[in-house]
Design a protein around this ligand. Structure first.
Ligand code: GLA
Length: 383
């Protein structure tokens, strides 16, 4: 649905005009599950995301409906006697209102609808795009833009943590709000210091291959996070200065191996390796060594799969197929358990790779994988 159709649909439903806002999904070159371990990540916003049509309605009630989800009925809730909606999608909107209020930013009633072209459950953070587009728009509509971008990202993250039950880190919301055309962002998830990295690898392109295995992040994601916290607790008994896996070394983890389960040990080991890989990738990017960037991506994938336990047979197969085609780098992207692989592909082999991966995946799983060519783009903004 294009922007003028969206405005028309809004007017038809609510009988008045609206403003439009956009918030993107994201990719992540490397640094998976490092955000809540207070390490580094390397995301960028993409040109796909959520577009929101919204306007105040002069009441204390919020009325909102989604376009192109199965259920397009309006959900209404009161801001004076708030009670959490039953529809999952509406909890994002409700959560953002509650998180704003908890920080002393009060909004009034509004009417809204939203539509998206970022695939759901594909590891591209469609949900962060929803949190962030509402946080950004409500800031403009009711708070004269007083909330800074860091706080908008935190409001999005807190919405997921407190109202959707997902104990995610800050990466997705940060990337959605801070994205910049043509630039990846190296973000230190402890200090929130960040640096833009121009990303235009000569002779290579990024392409996402969607396994079409839908992941709904929840229990399994939170369990991975708990494993990391258990490893930190064991290490901190001996090294109290260790507050997160960011501070731990391989020697420290080995020293407590018998104090934690083998599963927790392997998951923590993946994080320590991944921490090092992010730094190695930064170094390789500085040198223009994209082949090594790609090798690091493969290592991330097999770490996610074998140590962290966050892949699935379909994404493993996509990565094996990429390796078989001689693709520079390939790995599962995002929280895991399905969704897309991100592939760094030499331009001269792009078409043959896409052809091979399509037919091999189809033959093995009887599923046509979706292919997304990615353009690194701007973050949340008014249209
Ligand atoms: C999801 C979470 C992020 C991050 C990634 C894994 O996308 O929302 O905070 O942990 O998984 O890197």
């Amino acid at each position: 649905m294009d922007n003028s159709e969206l405005k028309a649909r809004f007017k038809e439903q609510f009988g008045h005009d609206c403003r439009l806002f956009f918030s993107p999904g994201r990719i992540n070159l490397i640094g998976e599950h490092t955000d809540y371990n207070e390490g580094f990540v390397f995301p960028g916003a993409v040109d796909k995301g959520i577009t929101l049509a919204i306007a105040p309605n002069g009441t204390r009630t919020v009325n909102v409906f989604p376009i192109d989800l199965e259920d397009e009925t309006v959900c209404s809730f009161s801001l004076d006697t708030p009670s959490k909606p039953s529809q999952r999608w509406a909890c994002y909107v409700f959560g953002v209102c509650m998180e704003l209020a908890a920080r002393g930013f009060l909004c009034d009633g509004f009417d809204a609808t939203f539509t998206g072209n970022v695939p759901l459950g594909a590891g591209m953070s469609s949900s962060a795009a929803i949190d962030c587009v509402f946080a950004f728009a409500l800031n403009e509509l009711f708070c004269e833009g007083r909330i800074d971008k860091f706080e908008l990202a935190r409001i999005g993250q807190a919405t997921e943590n407190n109202w959707l039950g997902l104990k995610c880190g800050i990466m997705d919301q940060f990337a959605s709000v801070f994205g910049k055309k043509g630039q990846l962002i190296r973000l230190d998830c402890r200090s929130l210091e960040y640096e833009y990295f121009p990303f235009n690898p000569k002779g290579y392109s990024l392409v996402l291959v969607d396994s079409c295995v839908k992941h709904m992040l929840g229990g399994e994601y939170n369990e991975r996070r708990e494993s990391c916290e258990k490893a930190v607790a064991a290490i901190a008994c001996r090294w109290p200065q260790v507050k997160a896996l960011r501070d731990a070394t391989h020697d420290m983890l080995d020293a407590v191996r018998n104090d934690i389960t083998e599963t927790d040990y392997q998951r923590a080991l993946y994080i320590l390796d991944e921490k090092d890989r992010v730094l190695e990738v930064c170094d390789s990017l500085d040198k223009g060594d994209y082949e090594n960037v790609g090798r690091c991506m493969y290592r991330t994938h097999w770490g996610m799969s074998r140590q962290f336990g966050a892949s699935c047979p379909e994404t493993d197969f996509l990565v094996e197929t990429a390796a078989g085609c001689g693709v520079a780098g390939s790995r599962i992207m995002g929280g895991g358990f399905g969704g897309c692989t991100i592939n760094l592909v030499r331009d001269d082999m792009m078409e043959s790779f896409l052809e091979s991966v399509r037919s091999a995946y189809n033959e093995k799983f009887r599923i046509e994988p979706k292919i997304y060519k990615v353009t690194v783009s701007d973050g949340t903004h008014e249209i």
